[in-house]
Design a protein around this ligand. Structure first.
Ligand code: SF4
Ligand code: SF4
Length: 709
């Protein structure tokens, strides 16, 4: 064939007959379908994950987080840039499709876009192409000149990603230029022939190119037109097929990733979807050990990450210099998938992930604070994956030395300290509580409407028992008929579960569930956000649970609580949102409302507050684990409070209290900074009967007859 035609004749045949364009279309689409099919192979081999429920709720998330780009403005400049690019892409989709079809069918018009609506659409998309082009230029300058630190790749994670990012930005800019030149040369050609031409949007990229090319000879315009078309078509398909090899794959996958994202905060995935707890003994291997142990959704997350670095930028473990960056949990897994499931060649069977792409310390470093998930614009999940990796390590007997003792104590005594069960209710014997009336122990002889679930740290830690006493005094003050389980209460198991010890968690949960049911209570109150989260999300069939801050806020609003003014007006208070109260359960306002109800209390917000709160260092078993780190998270947090101008940090969690009080000492800020639990502060300022707005402060006054409540 080739021997009988000159190359010019072949080129002429290809172009004039539209055969070249059609060939590129078919080849481009075929390559894309093949590549995506190969990328789906690991997802087919992955663990199941039932995410097909609640279609309306899921659709709502797509509208909010995908179409509405809800999380992007959390980083102002980058967010606006992304929204402009995304909106431009959405607007240009029909235009790009039309341009592709026009190559093989010159008179093609997208349905609904003929006549006036077509003209309006063309004007809008002229500007859209211009804005996307300019955004590419700005983004490239930002990457190359300003180099935001969150894009940096530490040496331990390999090469930087800037070259790839700039290459992709260049390709998209080229696509916009080719599209605009195609429109400009077409309009110029029509104008020269005296035919009606499409009016291009003034000052848009196509308009400017028309100004430049308008006086060129027809032959040159024709070459420009065909070249622009070819460059557009080849770049379009190249981008389409190149994206599944890197971060730009999120363009294709993000919609699905967001649709199938987790709907309920604070929850944890079961060991195996579809396997009920009572049949867990039949599961041969717990957790994630090899890549195929991840669920298909978690693999989809790996493909969907845009490498924006927001998760790592907000991760307290990363900030404290622990060997963990959530961004690289994802990037390493994606690289692993690309390497072991290549587009060309056979998939190769996987190796254990721990010891190859992840280290033990990396996986133990996470406090499950949820900052990464809160920040991620694509709703990539981390906690379930990290807990699944821990389950795998525990299943292999790979438990950090320092955690072995508390885990054994939890197994034998039901608390991590190894203390005797009969001592669990010793804190209620305090003289301070005698004046409010004894706290009932719901042991079958006593009944109550409400259970105060105390949990291990508040029951056994001398300092935290003060939170227990304040909680009991507040509940008494508002007339709550309450009691505690005493020796019958075991640790809630919240941290045990998040450390991957599912079997031990189930034993604790089942024991507590039986004890709660036997007590006959109608509702549960706790001052511990970890217990709150466990009872709310990890337990089944127990009465509704509230955090004490919710109870206090409600009673304040109902006028059942009155506060005396703060004694020291020089004090400035900052509220620290505990992760399991705030991010995981969205309780941000109640504690603040309570503080604001105390007359004279000056409150400031830390820069990182509410859903951007900075973890104090991890509750629960993190108290027993010493991760490698450059500085303490708690110390960073205390400095944030000082930067905000506060000298008192108010917490609403006993674990936060331990970490923050410790951090104040480590930071050398004793005397300049103090910490107090919300319950303690409320207890100090409660106006009790007989107090007549006296300043009823502290434990010493609580022991007086005047303020005996
Ligand atoms: S949950 Fe918190 S500590 Fe863990 S990776 Fe995410 S941000 Fe970091
Ligand atoms: S996981 Fe989310 S926040 Fe983290 S780098 Fe990827 S897209 Fe950005």
């Amino acid at each position: 064939m080739v021997g009988t035609y000159s190359s010019a004749q072949i080129a002429d045949w290809l172009v004039s007959g539209r055969n070249l364009f059609l060939t590129i279309h078919v080849f481009g689409v075929a390559c894309f379908v093949y590549i995506v099919a190969r990328r789906l192979v690991p997802l087919v081999r992955a663990q199941r994950d039932p995410r097909f429920d609640q279609p309306l709720a899921r659709l709502g998330r797509v509208l909010k987080f995908w179409l509405g780009q809800w999380k992007h403005p959390r980083y102002n400049f980058a967010g606006i840039l992304h929204i402009l690019i995304f909106a431009g892409f959405i607007l240009l989709a029909a235009r790009a499709f039309t341009v592709l079809i026009v190559g093989v069918s010159e008179t093609f018009v997208m349905p609904g876009l003929s006549g006036k609506s077509g003209h309006i659409y063309n004007i809008v998309t002229d500007y859209a192409a211009t804005i996307v082009f300019l955004c590419m230029v700005v983004a490239a300058i930002r990457r190359l000149v300003f180099k935001p630190s969150r894009y940096a790749v530490p040496a331990k994670y390999g090469k930087g990603h800037t070259a790839d990012a700039v290459f992709l930005l260049g390709l998209i800019a080229l696509l916009m230029v080719a599209d605009s030149l195609f429109a400009a040369s077409d309009a110029a050609g029509h104008a020269q022939r005296g035919q009606p031409a499409e009016t291009l949007a003034v000052l848009s990229l196509p308009w400017l190119l028309q100004v430049v090319t308008g006086s060129m000879p027809m032959a040159t315009l024709w070459i420009l037109n065909v070249t622009a078309y070819l460059v557009h078509e080849v770049t379009f398909y190249f981008l389409l097929c190149y994206r599944p090899f890197g971060i730009q794959f999120h363009v294709e996958t993000s919609l699905f990733s967001i649709y199938f994202s987790k709907l309920e905060r604070g929850t944890l995935k079961p060991v195996r979807w579809g396997v009920p707890d009572e049949h867990l003994d039949q599961v041969k291997s717990f957790g994630v050990k090899k890549f195929e142990d991840f669920t298909w959704k978690h693999m989809l997350d790996f493909y969907s990450c845009a490498d924006c670095g927001r998760c790592a930028d907000n991760c307290p473990a990363n900030a404290a210099g622990r060997p963990l960056s959530p961004r690289f949990i994802t990037i390493k897994a994606r690289d692993y998938a690309f390497q072991h499931y290549p587009v060309l060649g056979r998939a190769d069977n996987s190796n254990p992930l721990i010891g190859t792409i992840y280290s033990d310390d990396e996986i133990w470093s996470c406090t499950t604070c949820g900052a990464c998930e809160e920040e991620c614009p694509l709703l990539v999940e981390y906690i379930d994956k990290i807990v699944d990796l821990r389950r795998g390590m525990i299943d292999d007997g790979n438990v950090p030395q320092s955690l072995q003792k508390p885990l054994k104590a939890l197994e034998s005594r039901g608390n991590p300290y190894g203390k005797l069960e009969k001592k669990k209710a010793d804190w209620v014997k305090s003289p301070e509580l005698r004046q409010t009336g004894p706290v009932k122990v719901l042991d079958g002889k006593n009944g109550a409407d409400t259970l105060y679930f105390v949990d291990s740290i508040t029951s056994y830690d001398d300092r935290m028992q003060s939170i227990g006493r304040s909680t009991a005094r507040i509940l008494s003050h508002v007339g709550e008929d309450f009691g505690i389980l005493g020796a019958a209460e075991k640790d809630s198991g919240h941290e045990v579960r998040r450390f991957g010890e599912e079997t031990l968690f189930l034993a604790l949960r089942d024991h507590n569930t039986d004890a709660i049911k036997a007590s006959g209570v109608q509702r549960i109150v706790t001052a511990d956000p970890h217990a709150y989260n466990a009872l709310k999300h990890d337990y089944k069939d127990v009465p509704p649970v509230e955090h004490i801050s919710q109870v206090i806020a409600r009673e304040v609003k109902a006028g059942n609580i009155e506060f005396s003014p703060v004694e020291n007006e020089a004090n400035v208070y900052a509220y620290h949102d505990p992760c399991y109260l705030g991010r995981h359960n969205q309780i941000y306002d109640d504690p603040r409302d309570v503080l604001d109800a105390i007359p004279g209390l000056k409150r400031v917000e830390m820069k990182r507050s509410r859903d951007r709160s900075f973890c104090c260092g991890g509750g629960g078993l993190m108290l027993f684990y010493e991760p490698k780190e450059e500085q303490r998270m708690g110390v960073l947090r205390v400095r944030m409070a000082a930067d905000a101008g506060a000298n008192v940090i108010v917490t609403a969690c006993p674990f936060c209290m331990v970490n923050i009080e410790d951090a104040i000492k480590v930071a050398g800020m004793e005397g300049k900074m103090s910490a107090i639990d919300l319950t303690e502060l409320v207890d100090q300022h409660l106006v009790r009967e007989g107090c007549i707005r006296a300043v009823c402060t502290g434990e010493e006054k609580l022991q007086t007859a005047t303020c005996g409540g």
